[in-house]
Design a binder for this molecule. Structure first.
Ligand code: Q9C
Ligand code: ZN
Length: 344
């Protein structure tokens, strides 16, 4: 299996940011990806290579141009406006329809964010850009010849919508990969996105909500229990021509191996019926028991079975694995390898 990785993610140095004297982000830290990388290497899962640069154009297939421009420029604009460089942490959001958009740095940051947990640091744009390039390079590999490729993306992406960031996500790597696979296909290829992260992938859902060519299936914590709270109900099934092509499995807290796998098999049956040309998996390991941001009880053996069930379906369906969440650093390597082994 090809593993696509770049150390550019370290520029999103969330572990070095303090806010009023406290570490601001303690979960989505650079160590996550380094731990997974070394565990994957030690287990001999495949060759590691760097992404190639496909530029900005593939990003615009999933995101608005003004949003991408904002992400690229806001740190420097903030530094110029304030007279000193500092992370951008918006805390005011247009939670209801608004009458005007603000030109201020914090007005613009708040406009494009749906929550306060995702600071924009000096290196956030570079990291997010290269994270998306990892997904694109993995997509190209499965498009040309490989059955599976694994994009070791950081920052993650599935909470980012066409013009919204949040939940540690800035650019939606899975959505960018899906749109790229369609763009390079002679006929508009049907893509299934299977999202196994503990959190609902609200950004991915919204990007494809009216689109029947991309099936989005997500298993996640029930929105009455956990983040992102305002999306992820079983009744969210798509709209217009996309009606029926969005499927959610909101699951209770402490969901164990057996119950997770039962729901996964239902989702996989939907994917199979859809008969996609490509499969994109939003691979979040925060379903693991003990994850500090999660609330499920999936064991290492459960994680192995999750990989096996997805891999069984994906034989014959070229598959891009896109890294999303997973925060239990002590077990992250073991969980990742257990999942990935089925795809080798
Ligand atoms: N104390 C992903 O797994 N939680 N994002 C905020 C923190 C945000 C998770 C509360 C969770 C976002 C990609
Ligand atoms: Zn998550």
């Amino acid at each position: 299996m090809h593993i696509i990785y770049t150390d550019q993610h370290k520029l999103h140095a969330t572990d070095q940011v303090e806010y009023e004297g406290h570490p601001f982000v303690t979960d989505e830290v650079p160590a996550r990806i380094e731990i997974i990388l070394s565990a994957a290497r030690a287990a001999g899962l495949g060759s590691v290579s760097a992404p190639t640069d496909r530029g900005l154009d593939p990003l615009f297939a999933a995101h608005h141009i003004d949003f991408v421009t904002f992400l690229r420029d806001i740190y420097a604009e903030s530094a110029a406006a304030l007279g000193n460089a500092a992370p951008v942490f918006p805390s005011t959001f247009p939670a209801r329809p608004i009458r005007r958009r603000s030109n201020s740095v914090y007005g613009r940051a708040g406009y494009y964010a749906f929550g306060a947990g995702s600071p924009i640091l000096e290196g956030t744009w570079a990291a997010a850009y290269w994270s998306a390039q990892c997904a694109l390079t993995a997509a190209d590999l499965v498009q040309t010849r490989e059955p599976t490729a694994y994009a070791l993306c950081r920052p993650p992406g599935h909470h980012a919508a066409a013009d919204l960031y949040g939940g540690y996500c800035y650019l939606n790597n899975a959505a960018i990969a899906a749109r790229y696979l369609q763009a390079v296909s002679p006929v508009r290829a049907k893509i299934a996105i299977l999202d196994m992260d503990y959190h609902h992938g609200n950004g991915t859902q919204e990007i494809f909500y009216a689109d029947p060519s991309v099936l989005y299936c997500s298993l996640h914590a029930h929105p009455d229990d956990d983040y992102p709270y305002f999306w992820g109900g079983a009744d969210e099934r798509g709209e217009g021509p996309g009606e029926g092509y969005n499927r959610n499995w909101p699951l209770p807290q402490k969901t164990d191996d057996a119950h997770y796998l039962a729901a996964l098999d239902e989702a996989l049956a939907f994917v199979q019926d859809f008969a996609p040309r490509y499969l994109v998996v939003s691979a979040g390991f925060d379903i693991a028991v003990g994850d500090p941001v999660g609330g499920f009880g999936v064991t290492v053996e459960g994680m192995r079975a999750v990989g096996q069930h997805i891999a069984a379906l994906s034989r014959g369906v070229p598959t891009v694995l896109v890294q999303e969440g997973g925060y239990l650093l002590e077990k992250l390597g073991e969980n990742a390898v257990a999942f990935l082994q089925a795809f080798v």
